[in-house]
Design a protein around this ligand. Structure first.
Ligand SMILES: [Fe+2]
Length: 387
């Protein structure tokens, strides 16, 4: 009798042996002044939604909160990777959010059967799913930049100590956070899970694609895990006095290199990106900003020693950026610190290359931009200022 009852409960979707669980996230992506994407991964297929509430002191259950869904051509979709775009937000405002996933236990024809729901306990004492939208009128801005971590956890944890809870507004991962993307798990174990533990539920990270993130089976699912406001790995945003331009330099060697197994087409890609960049620098938002900071993983530096990828990126992007009054370009890739003044490169602006064992900690206020280069022990190794 008990067995029969259990089978009946399973059929009704009332009980399943293993309830749906969130295994990665939630983490914030593509946060702009009016929108944000909430990301998470469940251990089994589920239909998901996000509820949003302003951080105004009311109980989350005070009123019905608006729900947002993941849809495709008008239809809510279910799966294990949940990417939910929240729209209609106000700039520079704090919001709370909850995530819910209803397990899909069966699909037969057009019928879908559901099981348990995994949801955020918004009444819990440690509920802290709160983030701020970007604010172009923000007076003080703090951000950090890490790169070339190559999934090394000790290094990542040490350098993330530059993140200051309640003070750091944004985090940039400037490429090569992993060495290859053969599986979904590598992205999470490599750096996303650590980011979630430290800050990514409350503060967004913006991923700059490095040449190593272009490699492996899951490299083509890049935007599934790291959506952007443009639908491309290159994008812009304005926060405080800074207009940020994030560029994707693609791979480092010529497209014909045997290492790419005939899959590389980065010359054409960089040319397409340059056409987009031209429009970006002509925009009023870019022109009117006090500062313009470019992030690109591979620095086009090194004269005759520069490899094809960064060289071609320089040829595509410098003619455009050199007319755009760029404050500084932040790069990585070489695993070695260098500060490249315009007389040593083809750029009309300085290029600050961060090493693989330091983080950049930037502070923007009415005095200008101060960038400290901080090592794994927390010591300041170099400081650069921009007016
Ligand atoms: Fe690299």
């Amino acid at each position: 009798m008990k067995k029969l009852l259990f089978a009946a409960m399973l059929l009704c979707g009332v009980y399943s042996a293993q309830a749906v669980k969130i295994i990665h996230g939630p983490y914030l992506q593509a946060v702009s002044d009016t929108e944000a994407t909430i990301m998470w991964v469940t251990d089994t297929k589920a239909l998901s939604w996000v509820e949003i509430a302003p951080d105004d002191g009311t109980n989350f259950y005070h009123v019905e909160r608006p729900q947002f869904y993941q849809t495709y051509l008008g239809k809510r979709v279910y799966g294990t990777v949940h990417q939910i775009r929240v729209t209609g937000l106000e700039p520079g405002k704090k919001y709370r959010y909850s995530t819910s996933s209803k397990e899909v236990v069966g699909v037969e024809g057009h019928r879908v059967t559901y099981g348990h729901v995994a949801t955020t306990k918004v009444y819990a004492k440690d509920f802290n799913n709160v983030f701020s939208t970007l604010d172009s009128s923000k007076k003080n801005l703090k951000f950090i930049v890490l790169n070339d971590i190559h999934a090394k956890q000790e290094k990542l944890e040490a350098l993330l100590n530059t993140y200051e809870e309640g003070k750091t507004d944004m985090v940039f991962f400037n490429g090569d956070m992993v060495s290859m993307v053969p599986t979904e798990a590598i992205l999470f174990e490599g750096f996303v899970d650590a980011a979630v533990r430290r800050f990514a539920k409350q503060v967004p990270f913006y991923l700059v694609r490095g040449n190593h993130e272009t490699r492996g089976l899951f490299a083509t699912s890049y935007l599934t895990y790291f959506p952007t406001t443009t639908g491309k790995p290159y994008f812009t945003m304005k926060q405080g006095d800074v207009f940020f331009i994030v560029l994707d330099g693609g791979e480092d060697k010529p497209d014909s290199c045997l290492e790419y197994y005939e899959t590389a087409q980065y010359d054409n890609y960089r040319k397409e990106e340059a056409a987009w960049l031209q429009k970006v620098v002509e925009s009023e938002e870019c022109k009117n900003a006090k500062y313009r900071i470019v992030l690109m993983h591979m620095p086009p530096i090194g004269g005759k020693n520069v490899w094809h990828g960064p060289k071609h990126a320089g040829e595509c992007f410098f003619p455009i950026l050199n007319k755009a009054n760029i404050t500084v370009m932040l790069s990585g890739h070489t695993h070695k610190y260098s500060y490249n003044t315009p007389d040593t490169t083809d750029a009309a602006f300085p290029i600050l290359v961060n090493s693989n064992s330091t983080a950049l900690k930037a502070n923007v206020n009415s005095n200008g931009i101060k960038i400290d280069v901080i090592d794994m022990q927390g010591a300041v190794k170099h400081t650069h200022t921009f007016k």
